[in-house]
Design a protein around this ligand. Structure first.
Ligand code: ASP
Length: 337
C-alpha cells in the first residue's frame, strides 16, 4: 500500500482521523524528508564520541547540543539546550510555544529529563511555560520529587524564575478553530503528525543523558497526559547500558513501557536497532492491534555509541550528529504493505 492510500484508508476508518491541514503539512514534510535524508541505517561501528541523536528532523537542535558537547559540556546540558531550541520554535506545532492545544484550546506541555546517575525530573500538564524541559530539570535538581503536575508545576516554574506566557499562537489557534468545525471526539492521529522532541546524547566522557518534550497529541481530551513525561515510557537512560526515547501515540508506548523495554533488551545483548524493532513488535503483535491507524517510533543508543531507530510506519526519521556530520536518517519501519 502506498503512503497516500494509507492515509486515505486511515481517515476512512475513523480511527486515523486526519484532517486536511495535517495532511498537507505531512505531505510537505514527507517530500522535504525525501530530499534531505540519508538512507535507512543501523550504526554498528564503534562510535566516535561525542554524539547526539533526536527524533524527527531537528538539525538546529542537534547542532546546539553538539556545540555544547564539543566544547566539553556534559550530555545533560546538551539534551536540555537542544530541546529548548524546538520548544522556542513557534512553527513546530507539537512542542512548547505554538504547540497545538487540547480540544478546549489549552496548550498543555509534558516533558522529562534523565541524567547519567539515573536521576530524573518530569512535568505533566504544564501550562503557560515554554521551556518545559528546563522545568523538568529543575524538578530533578531542586526538589525531592520526580514529577510535578498542572498548577503545582506551573507555580514551581514561576517561583524558579520562569516567565509565564500565552503559548497559543495565532497559527495554532486558527488550526484549533478549524478542527472545532468537525470536532471528532478521538484525538487526531496520523502517521507523521508527531513532533515530540526526544534527544539522547553521549558526552566526551562517555556518559549518557536524555530528554523529551511535547505538547502531546493535538486536540486531546483536557487533562490527557501521554508517554513523553513518564520515565520508562517516553524516555529511559541507564548509563551502564544505553538510552531510548519514543514518539507517536503515547497510549501505546505507555501500555508497553516502551523506552525501558528497549534499554532492557539492550542489557540482554540486543543492538539498539534490534531492541527498537522488538519493542515495535510488542505493539503490533498484540491481538486485535489496530496499528495501521497510529504511529510509534523509537530511537536508541547504547553505551558504545551504536544507534538504532524503528517505527511502525514509514516517514519516521532520526537526526544524528556525529563526527562532524549532522544528518537526517530515515528510519526503517514495520508496515511495508
Ligand atoms: N508521544 C506524544 C504523546 O503521546 C505525542 C507525539 O510523539 O507526537 O503525547
Amino acid at each position: 500500500m502506498n503512503r497516500r492510500k494509507f492515509i486515505k484508508n486511515s481517515a476512512l476508518t475513523g480511527a486515523g482521523l486526519a484532517v486536511g491541514n495535517s495532511l498537507i503539512s505531512c505531505e510537505e514534510k514527507a517530500s522535504k524528508t525525501n530530499e534531505t535524508s540519508a538512507t535507512i541505517t543501523e550504526s554498528n561501528s564503534k562510535a566516535n564520541l561525542p554524539l547526539v541523536i533526536a527524533t524527527w528532523h531537528v538539525k538546529e537542535a542537534t547542532a546546539k547540543a553538539m556545540g555544547i558537547l564539543q566544547a566539553g559540556g556534559n550530555a545533560l546540558d546538551a539534551v536540555e539546550q537542544g530541546c529548548r531550541i524546538e520548544e522556542a520554535n513557534e512553527k513546530g506545532q507539537s512542542v512548547g510555544k505554538g504547540g497545538l492545544p487540547d480540544r478546549d484550546g489549552n496548550v498543555t506541555l509534558d516533558a522529562c529529563i534523565m541524567d547519567k546517575h539515573g536521576n530524573c525530573g518530569s512535568v505533566v500538564y504544564l501550562q503557560n511555560i515554554t521551556h518545559a524541559v528546563s522545568v523538568a530539570r529543575k524538578v530533578m535538581e531542586d526538589t525531592p520529587h520526580v514529577m510535578l503536575a498542572g498548577e503545582g508545576a506551573k507555580q514551581f516554574a514561576i517561583s524558579s524564575g520562569f516567565e509565564p506566557e500565552d503559548l497559543l499562537t495565532e497559527a495554532s489557534k486558527n488550526a484549533w478553530k478549524k478542527w472545532k468545525v468537525e470536532a471528532k471526539y478521538k484525538p487526531i492521529i496520523n502517521i507523521e503528525n508527531h513532533d515530540t522532541i526526544g534527544m539522547l546524547a553521549i558526552d566526551k566522557n562517555g556518559d549518557l543523558s536524555g530528554a523529551c518534550t511535547t505538547s502531546g497529541l493535538a486536540y486531546k481530551m483536557g487533562g490527557r497526559v501521554g508517554d513523553s513525561p513518564i520515565i520508562g515510557s517516553g524516555l529511559f537512560v541507564d548509563n551502564e547500558i544505553g538510552a531510548c526515547v519514543a514518539t507517536g501515540l503515547g497510549e501505546e508506548v505507555l501500555k508497553t513501557v516502551g523506552s525501558f523495554l528497549v534499554v532492557e533488551l539492550m542489557r540482554q545483548g540486543k543492538s539498539p536497532q534490534q531492541a527498537c524493532e522488538e519493542a515495535i513488535l510488542r505493539i503490533v503483535n498484540k491481538p486485535n492491534s489496530n496499528f495501521k491507524d497510529f504511529q510509534v517510533g523509537y530511537i536508541a543508543v547504547n553505551k558504545q555509541g551504536e544507534t538504532g531507530s524503528y517505527a511502525i510506519h514509514q516517514w519516521f526519521s532520526m537526526t544524528k550528529f556525529q563526527d562532524g556530520v549532522n544528518e537526517q536518517i530515515q528510519s526503517n519501519f514495520y508496515n511495508k504493505v
